[in-house]
Structure formats: C-alpha cells, structure tokens
Design a binder for this molecule. Structure first.
Ligand code: NAP
Length: 250
C-alpha cells in the first residue's frame, strides 16, 4: 500500500484523483484545494482541506498546480517526499525542506476527456534512489510506461511535446477555419489526420514527409499562398521553408 496526498484540483489532479480512488493499493489520504466548488465535489469521495498547514503525512505528496505556483506551495509542505507534475519545471524548483521528485505524465489532460493511464508515459525523477522506487511503485499501479528523465531531458521533451501536440492542434484549427469558410465538413480531413499520426509508428517523420514543400512544387505553393489570408501565408511560408531546410539537414 502506498499513501498519497494531492495538492490541486485542476485537470491533472482530477484525473489522478479519479484513477487513484479506483486502485486498491493506493491510499489517497487527502486532496488540498483552494477551490471551494472543487472541494464540494470531492469531499464525498476523499478527505479535503483548503489549509496547507493541515496537509496529512503521506508516502508521496503530488503537487499538481500551475507551474508558477509550484515553488511557493512546496515551500509550505513538510512531508517526506514532495513531487510536482510539470514537464517544464526543474525538480529543484521545489522548495520543500525534505525529499523532492517529479511525476510527469506526458499526455494532454482536459477535465471533460477520459484518460486511459495505461497508455501514458510517466517520467520520473528523484534525488534519492529509495524515492525513485516509491514513484516507480506508484507509476506501475497506474500501469503507464515508466521513463527516467533528468530535469534537462524532461524540459527538452516538453518542447518536443509542444510541437507534436499544441502546434499540430493549431494547424487543425487553421484547417478547420478553411473548411468552415468553404462549407466543407472538417470531418473530411479525419482519415488524413489519423493516417499521418499512425504512419510515424513505422517511418521516421522525415521519411514520412510528403507535400508540395518537400517536392519543391513552386507552382502549387504559389497557388496555395493566393488562397490564404496574410497571417496564414506567413505561417505557410515559414513551415514550407522549415520542411525544405529539414529535408537537407536535421
Ligand atoms: N493539463 C495538461 O495537459 C498537463 C499535462 C502534463 C503536466 N501538466 C502539469 O500539471 C500541473 C497542473 O496542470 P493542470 O493542467 O492540471 O492545471 P489547471 O487545470 O490549471 O489546475 C491548476 C490547479 O492549481 C491550483 N492553483 C494554482 N495556483 C495556486 C495557488 N497559488 N495556490 C493554490 N492552488 C493553486 C488551481 O486552483 P484554482 O482552481 O483555484 O485556480 C487548480 O486546482 C502543471 O504543472 C502542468 O504543467 C499539465
């Protein structure tokens, strides 16, 4: 049995709370939240507090709050092992007096969307080997794939994740607008989106690259630019140049 306290009640915290409550070998001892609405929703299933001085002792205390609040909140927690869940914050940003670590779930979490933890890479870091074993035990109960990343490696992976997730989604938003403006359902692009993401399971992204940029089809590129707004043209040109440069050197 491993005991856990969660600090925060946002996207990540909510999914962790839900998952931990279903696992027999995890004792979710308490959730700290300053959000009264969340506290009201949680208090039937788990002990809650809105006072950091009343945090219970636990094997692992997980801080799942905004990146900017991690240092301040951790400085008020005296529990034995305190970890944060951020991809881009160094372990040493934790200011608790005792042991520190990181429990970073490499997935995009939204409150409304169900999450299957067994498909999520869990990136661990700890100062102490015994703590790493504790985090490993917790991660294995969630059944995710475990990775051991330093703060620097995790930061770099977080940037890579911004490219594959946030930037790709922004491309979908532009495509969605183009479809909407021309009365074509966005669903028409769904099979292409799925094929593009599945193809890279077997091919490197560089090998999988197709389209007018990599083929140097100047006429098609010119025609595309004529169909776009000014800001879309800027982005199209930047990405076209990047594809053409990466075709030569990565
Ligand atoms: N969302 C993701 O996809 C994702 C994925 C991996 C890792 N992460 C990391 O996980 C952490 C949490 O992200 P999230 O998406 O769950 O954030 P979120 O949904 O915005 O929730 C943030 C939580 O922190 C609380 N909070 C913020 N500042 C606070 C303060 N000064 N004192 C007390 N509570 C405070 C908020 O309370 P209120 O509701 O009262 O504002 C809320 O409960 C971040 O470090 C993030 O980088 C996020």
């Amino acid at each position: 049995m491993i005991s856990v306290v969660i600090i925060g009640s946002g996207n990540v915290a909510k999914h962790l709370i839900k998952a931990f409550l279903k696992i027999d070998n995890i004792n979710l001892k308490q959730v700290y939240t300053r959000n009264l609405k969340d506290e009201a929703l949680l208090k039937n299933s788990v002990s809650t507090t809105n006072d950091l001085s009343l945090i219970k002792q636990a094997d692992v205390t997980i801080i799942a709050v905004n990146d900017d609040a991690i240092s301040h909140i951790s400085s008020k927690i005296k529990n034995s092992l305190v970890v944060h869940t951020s991809g881009s914050v160094e372990m040493n940003a934790l200011k608790n007096p005792n042991n520190k670590g990181v429990f970073y779930l490499l997935q995009s979490f939204s409150k409304e969307k169900e999450i299957n933890f067994s498909t999520i890479p869990i990136c661990l870091e700890a100062e102490d080997n015994k703590d790493l074993l504790k985090l490993e035990k917790l991660a294995s109960l969630l059944k995710g794939d475990i990775y051991y990343l330093s703060s620097l490696q995790r930061k770099k992976i977080h940037v890579a994740a911004v490219f594959v997730n946030n930037f790709t989604n922004h491309m979908y938003a532009i495509a969605h607008k183009i479809c909407e403006d021309h009365n074509v359902p966005f669903n028409i692009l769904q099979p292409l989106i799925i094929e593009t993401s599945q193809k890279i399971a077997n091919l490197t992204p560089k090998k999988a690259q197709t389209g007018p940029a990599i083929r140097n089809d100047e006429e098609t590129i010119k025609n595309h630019l004529n169909l776009l707004t000014e800001s879309q043209q800027e982005l199209y040109l930047k990405i076209t140049q990047s594809i053409q440069n990466h075709g030569k050197e990565l």
